[in-house]
Design a protein around this ligand. Structure first.
Ligand code: SF4
Length: 409
């Protein structure tokens, strides 16, 4: 091994050890009972009545997600952000920003809506799964009390012409601890975003905040995107869907054992969500994070692709994304591009029309191709759109008129 490669390997191992220690410290944290009280001053803007609660003997039951947590007085759900207080189910994260960014829509990744546009992307803390390789564990696997006191919130985007004649954007951001739905809509407009995304952590568990924001955003002419693991019950999803334009589902693997051991969840519940989205006719994109040695067998990839094709349809966009070592999975290398390319070939052989490779800038699998003539319709490099033939035609292939599913104008 060259000295350079040895140094790089050492740096990677060192970073991995540091990440594991930080993750252990965070996950070991349990808010002492005294902090519960501090959550409930009269004017705490983050504590609100939560929906989908049922009173049961000795407590309340939350029916927002498949855990259906039974919560005695003072207890929190598995998501860490819903709680029984005084016999009432409360959300603890309303208007509580954990991460807020103006992103290219390609970063979600969403490829079949407004290519090259900006999306106002936000998360509150919490998640109802426990993925060992979570790429956003600092905000998903924490209690609300563990967040820094404020987050930088983008509030305006000034666009000016540089001396080279090109356009440059300058983003203004200010630290805040309360971000209301109305402010999100105002800031999304002021930063030239065409949509709002509920993303990074698990938006299902900040349902009330997401629902109110999506409703306002829709009324203001913005589109809404939910990026989720799909671990949500039927009724809450049904009530939310009229306000969502695109739903991105992270289908983490395709065996019940993998879901149980890696994510701490139930594969069947996620499949039910996907079938519900199909039944409602919602534009749905699916992503699978391919982790070497854990969910990358040809058999699993073929089973996942075949199920998507047979149950959601050949036009469902499916992404295979590169895993980077994170959180509790630090001893596994990043997914080789060749494995992702092979996964893409397997899925296309199953008959899927739009199969993408994610997190590998420059891979031909980043482009959208016409399923009939095979020409590239949207060419991408990473999060950048190099060429877009679909927006001007409203989603038609300019060569043979094939309609590509999506929201283009
Ligand atoms: S949303 Fe949270 S509290 Fe409600 S059922 Fe799911 S994990 Fe439990």
């Amino acid at each position: 091994m060259s000295r350079r490669r040895a140094a790089a390997a050492f740096a990677w191992a060192f970073a991995a050890a540091g990440m594991a220690a930080a993750a252990a410290a965070l996950t070991a944290f349990r808010p002492p009972p005294s902090t519960f009280a501090s959550l409930f001053p009269e004017d705490n803007p983050h504590v609100r009545d939560a929906r989908f609660a049922v009173s049961v003997c000795g407590g309340v039951q939350c029916r927002l997600c498949p855990w259906n947590c039974f919560l005695p007085e003072g207890a929190r759900g598995r998501c860490r952000v819903r709680m029984n207080s005084g016999g009432k189910l409360k959300t603890l994260v309303y208007a509580l920003p954990a991460a807020v960014h103006v992103d290219p829509i390609e970063k979600k990744p969403v490829y079949h809506m407004y290519p090259g546009s900006l999306v106002y992307s936000l998360a509150a803390p919490g998640c109802n799964l426990r993925c060992r390789g979570c790429q956003n564990w600092e905000i998903s696997q924490v209690y609300p009390e563990q967040l820094p006191p404020s987050a930088a919130v983008p509030s305006a985007l000034a666009v000016r012409k540089g001396p080279d004649g090109r356009l440059y954007g300058e983003l203004s951001a200010a630290p805040t601890s309360v971000l209301s739905p109305a402010e999100i809509v105002r800031y999304a407009k002021a930063t030239h975003c065409r949509s709002v995304a509920f993303t990074y952590s698990e938006p299902s568990v900040f349902y009330e905040y997401m629902y109110d924001t999506a409703k306002l955003a829709r009324a203001a002419g913005l589109k809404n995107v939910m990026v989720s693991a799909g671990y949500i019950n039927r009724r809450p999803l049904d009530e939310l869907l009229p306000y969502m334009d695109v739903v991105k589902i992270d289908l983490k693997g395709f065996t019940p054992a993998f879901y149980r051991r890696y994510a701490g969840g139930d594969l069947e519940a996620v499949k039910r969500t996907l079938l519900q989205l199909k039944k409602k006719g919602k534009l749905t994109e699916v992503v699978n994070l391919v982790i070497p040695g854990l969910n990358d067998s040809q058999r699993d990839l073929a089973a996942l692709s075949g199920w998507v094709k047979d149950n959601l349809g050949a036009d469902t966009p499916l992404f295979f994304s590169r895993f980077m070592p994170e959180y509790l999975v630090t001893d596994t290398p990043p997914t080789p591009a060749a494995v992702l390319d092979e996964a893409r070939e397997i899925a296309m052989a199953k008959g899927l029309h739009y199969v993408y490779v994610g997190n590998v800038p420059g891979d031909p699998g980043e482009n959208t191709y016409c399923p009939k003539c095979g020409r590239a319709l949207v060419r991408r490099y990473g999060y950048a759109v190099l060429e877009d033939r679909l927006t001007p035609t409203g989603g038609l292939c300019p060569w043979d008129g094939t309609r590509i599913p999506g929201i283009w104008k």
